[in-house]
Write a protein that binds this ligand. Structure first.
Ligand SMILES: NC(=O)c1ccc[n+]([C@@H]2O[C@H](COP(=O)([O-])OP(=O)(O)OC[C@H]3O[C@@H](n4cnc5c(N)ncnc54)[C@H](OP(=O)(O)O)[C@@H]3O)[C@@H](O)[C@H]2O)c1
Length: 346
């Protein structure tokens, strides 16, 4: 039986990436979409070949053809929509950031556990082959013990004004309680936090963040630099920002015996290069541009996880850890103090 997907939140992410990726994913089909506005839902369904369009989430969740819901709504809705979908017996693949608070993220995990459904998180950087290669190299000790890591995700257009007036459907991006008290930290940085945990297989124990926001005058930041002290002793630097039109979205991992560096891999599309340099090895790989490949891989992984009763590549606990790091970064930026994080409970 093909996996029947529904999408809650049919904004630009769903339109440009998730809905087009579903037909490329193995044995999957887009059954239904939900918008607050029936006309928008109908138009989206017509564009992307969805079989049904709903203006009520509960009605969509009652559609027996829907097996899994991709939650791509504004951040403050990830928790209530996930909890509602879980109660209706649907599996959930939720977009990042998992929620606008650590307690909401934990409630999502509890709800999915209680109702016996699978919860995954949309951390597509885990599916870039450069990052998978880097992880394998680290695991087999190719660069020794990692001491320093850098990762950056920025974006921007030349001449972009500092304050982008976002009206209408995009206004939530500028509203602290709807986006989660941070802007680029939850938009971009959270992906790199997850990537550091994924590659190093370590948890951050201390966070220091400097941003140009998190003040009464400017609650939402445009630029953030975050240092994570990892449990094994490595220091991971995460940079993120908007208004950076010429940003280099690269990754570097420096170990006791060599380095792994990637170029242009920290972005939603698959592209870029990766290299391994050590005393005994010098090897590089490059990746053909494919805008959707990382999302197709994410959907395929989720489907495979359901079929084989295993956790997806990025779980609710991974989303929760990213939420804890984000909360620590916000606190650190506000107080100009370092913030410690206790290890996860399981
Ligand atoms: N993994 C990634 O790389 C990636 C990339 C981009 C975005 N995302 C995530 O995907 C999610 C959606 O992002 P997006 O850029 O697609 O969002 P968006 O286009 O700004 O909005 C999504 C939809 O939310 C609804 N909406 C807007 N304001 C609302 C409000 N105040 N209350 C309730 N609903 C509202 C609107 O749909 P209706 O009015 O039709 O209901 C809108 O079309 C976010 O969580 C974002 O972080 C992830």
């Amino acid at each position: 039986m093909p996996l029947g997907w529904a999408i809650a939140g049919i904004g630009s992410h769903a339109d440009l990436k998730i809905a087009p990726a579903i037909p490329r994913a193995r044995d999957s089909r887009l059954i239904a979409v939900y918008s607050r506005d029936q006309k928008r839902a109908d138009a989206f369904a017509a564009t992307h070949g969805a079989q049904a369009a709903y203006d009520r989430l509960d009605t969509m969740l009652a559609d027996s053809r829907v097996d899994a819901v991709f939650v791509a709504s504004p951040n403050h809705l990830h928790a209530p929509q996930t909890i509602q979908a879980a109660a209706a017996g649907k599996h959930v693949l939720a977009e990042k950031p998992m929620a606008t608070s650590v307690s909401d993220a934990a409630a999502m995990i509890d709800a999915c556990r209680k109702h016996g459904v699978t919860l995954g998180l949309g951390f597509e950087l885990r599916f870039h082959p450069a990052h998978l290669w880097a992880r394998q190299l680290i695991d087999r000790g190719a660069i020794g013990r990692i001491r320093l890591a850098h990762g950056q995700w920025g974006r921007g257009n030349r001449g972009e004004p500092e304050h982008l007036p976002r009206a209408g459907l995009r206004e939530w991006w500028e509203t602290p309680q709807l986006i989660g008290d941070a802007s680029v930290l939850v938009g971009l940085g959270v992906h790199v936090f997850d990537l550091m945990r994924f590659l190093l297989r370590e948890e951050p124990v201390e966070v220091i963040a400097m941003t140009d926001g998190q003040t009464a005058r400017q609650p939402l930041e445009h630029i953030a630099a975050i240092s994570l002290r990892m449990s094994g002793g490595a220091i991971a630097q995460v940079m993120c920002g908007r208004m950076l039109p010429d940003t280099q979205n690269d990754l570097a991992l420096y170990g006791s015996d060599g380095r792994i560096a990637t170029k242009e891999t920290i972005w939603e599309a698959r592209l870029g290069q990766a290299e391994l340099v050590s005393a005994t090895q010098n090897h590089s790989e490059s990746y053909q541009y494919d805008y959707l490949a990382n999302f197709v891989a994410e959907l395929d992984d989720f489907h495979d996880a359901l079929q084989h009763n295993r956790p997806p590549a990025a779980t609710g606990n991974d989303g929760l850890q990213a939420a804890r790091i984000t909360a620590a970064a916000i606190k650190s930026a506000r107080t100009a103090q370092s913030v410690t994080i206790n290890p996860p409970k399981d």
